[in-house]
Write a protein that binds this ligand. Sequence first.
Ligand SMILES: [Fe+2]
Ligand SMILES: [Fe+2]
Length: 541
Amino acid sequence: MSPLGPSDSSPISRRRFLRGLGVGSVAVGALGAGVMPLIEAAPAGALTGTSLLRQPAIMGAAVPEQLHVQYGADAATEAAVSWATAERVSRPKLRLGANDAGFGFPIDAEERVYTEALTGQTVYTYHVALNHLLADTQYLYQVFNAGAEPVSGGFRTGPRSRSKPFRFTSYGDQSIPSPVGLGLGPWSPNAGYIVPALEATEPLFHLMNGDLCYANISDDPVATWASFFNTTMPSAANRPWMPCSGNHENEVGNGPEGYLSYQTRFTLPDNGEPAAWQGNWYSFVVGNICVVSLNNDDVCLQDGAFSAYRAAHVPNYTTNGDNPYIVGYSGGAQKIWLEHTLSHARLRPDIDWIVVVMHQVAMSSAHFNGADLGIRQQWLPLFDKYGVDLVVAGHEHHFERTFAVRGTLPQQPDLLTPAPHGTDSQLIDTTKGTVHMIIGGGGNPGFTPLHDFDMPHDGVLIVGVNPGNPDVQHTTITTTEQAPWSAYRDITTPYGFATFDVVPLAPRGTTTIAVTHYGAAAGSPTYSPVDRFTLVRPRRG
Ligand SMILES: [Fe+2]
Ligand SMILES: [Fe+2]
């Protein structure tokens, strides 16, 4: 396999992206035969992009930016397109189309707004949820508003159950490619390089494992979010990017648990919970996989969202009662939802795999953050009970993966150390347990340093926190444990992402996922394969 890297080592600029992403260029090589439009096409000539330009111009109108796509609960029939503008715009709309079929009638976008507690800035986002789509179909879209030229993108709906193979990708902990504001938030060149490298693998969709841009520790969180979405847009406008919320999505002061910016900027599958928790956890089905996205700050012992800058600068922080330490905030509601979701997924004959995307980890062999006992206490018994196959996570800024784990080792019962089953690190049967992957090298400049890896190769576990309060972070109490669960860790390349090639109909009644981790050196735009393995399980139907 040849290394992946952009032919131009610089990140794709937004201007170049907009220029290159006309409808025609999206269609090239991306659309199969038999594609049908969602909406019946109007007469030829009436629905072209040029007609949009004939609208009365509103001089200086903000243009759509930060464009990204999400799947709905059923990836075969539901998707959503989201974007932002620098200021409130008039008549925000989307036209959906497909190859050789023109675009349908404009669909009004929903405006969702929040005000950043730190700076008082109001952020305008726009969303169009699409349903009744056709499975395994390439769609195009344009978004626009009065006085602004349309911006285009596309996405492909998921295949039904086992109808065809597909690829997805995953990483977490990206940050942004250049500083904003006072430069207090993390940034690195690799936070930009990873996007074209990932895009070159052409996944059907991407899982973003939390700590998207670290807006909660930036002095300019709105600009940080804008940088993140404009950096990822060359991929995220053309395939769904499905996130989970990490500790750095908790921007204290923005909503009850700090997730208001995250929730406002994404349109994610409905979880049936009150509005305050929408987007914090959700699931969707694509092909023969059920993906479950969790919010681990609900169960983690670590005080990971603390921000000294926000504590010092969010107006009325103390009198508001702002508190970034939110362990237990759902009162068990997320756990009840998780058990309900996992049990239903396991009953469906069209679903073989259950994949969890979450941020903090259940196992790690680095003295970085360490794994969190709260995850072992709350989530792992459910993962065991319902046979979760794969967990992708971040938080630790390196790559590591485990053997299939189920149950706990007896040596130190209070630590709930997961018990490995099997010793083959290349072909892993997930009916024996859950494989956990740390894919935390998305771009944060503070990658796990070599000296943080536990060289006796022990596990590192957060077992509690010291006293703290909203102004003083609770520091962690950690311990070590034997780590026979660790199958592989990459101590050579700090940055990377993983591809997952799903084969629904593999030989002898099985289904497989072939995994490749691509790594890159700091400052390098070239991502090369460094680790491969395959997951296998029997088909359920
Ligand atoms: Fe992180
Ligand atoms: Fe994190």
